[in-house]
Design a protein around this ligand. Structure first.
Ligand code: GAR
Length: 217
């Protein structure tokens, strides 16, 4: 493996299907990144099994064992930094991070959120898109800043909402696209094509639109 391969730490809380997409992409010949560590705040997260099957080191930092968010985040930082990653990827990591944590990884911390940000920050995004009568929905990969779900978007997958969709059917179609756009964004970062400049995203030397690059599915 080339020495310039970008080392990625992945934080999860659950199933880890996005982690799987990243592991699969990193296993391709010539992939510019490798997953050096998987960390879960939940001992029962299925993503830990996915990491083991891929032969990737994993660890559990259970937030319930810490008296406050600051102590938890400091333990998280220590564990992440033990593999000296170039990039930290939140893949269904369902904890709000402290400003100290976000600042520590500024410009090298990515998240995926199941909506077309800035629409539907927070939870229950699929149901909220249906309730609003939207004709399209999707997912966004973005840089993480101190504003929850508010950092500059990198890429959005736009998914049409179909007649008769439920939150579950919509979530399933959106997730298929999450598994496309997350490895894509991580690859761009690993190839040093992607940067956060203040509150904007730069790809290949050009500032992206405020919503990031849009892919219609
Ligand atoms: C993904 O759909 C991701 O977009 C969402 O959690 C799911 C995790 O699935 N993330 C958020 O809601 C973050 N606010 P996974 O564990 O199968 O990758």
């Amino acid at each position: 493996m080339s020495q310039s391969v970008c080392k990625v730490a992945v934080l999860i809380s659950g199933s880890g299907s996005n982690l799987q997409a990243l592991l699969d992409a990193s296993a391709q010949a010539g992939a510019p990144f490798s997953v050096c560590s998987v960390i879960s705040n939940k001992p029962e997260a299925y993503g830990l099994t996915r990491a083991a099957e891929a032969g990737v080191t994993s660890s559990i930092i259970d937030h319930r064992e810490f008296p406050n968010r600051e102590d938890f985040d400091q333990a998280l930082i220590a564990e992440i930094d033990s593999c000296q990653p170039d990039l930290v990827v939140l893949a269904g990591f369902m904890r709000i991070l402290t400003p100290e944590f976000v600042r520590h990884y500024s410009g090298r911390l990515l998240n995926i959120h199941p909506s077309l940000l800035p629409k539907y920050q927070g939870l229950h995004t699929h149901q909220r898109a249906l309730d609003a009568g939207d004709s399209e929905h999707g997912a966004t990969v973005h840089f993480v800043t101190e504003e929850l779900d508010g950092g500059p978007p990198i890429v959005q997958a736009v998914v049409p909402i179909k007649k008769g969709d439920t939150a579950d059917s919509l979530a399933k179609r959106v997730q298929v696209q999450e598994h496309v756009i997350y490895p894509m964004a991580v690859t761009w970062f690993a190839e040093k094509r992607l940067h956060m400049l203040d509150d904007r995203t730069q790809l290949d030397g050009e500032l992206l639109p405020r919503n990031g690059t849009r892919i219609h599915c």
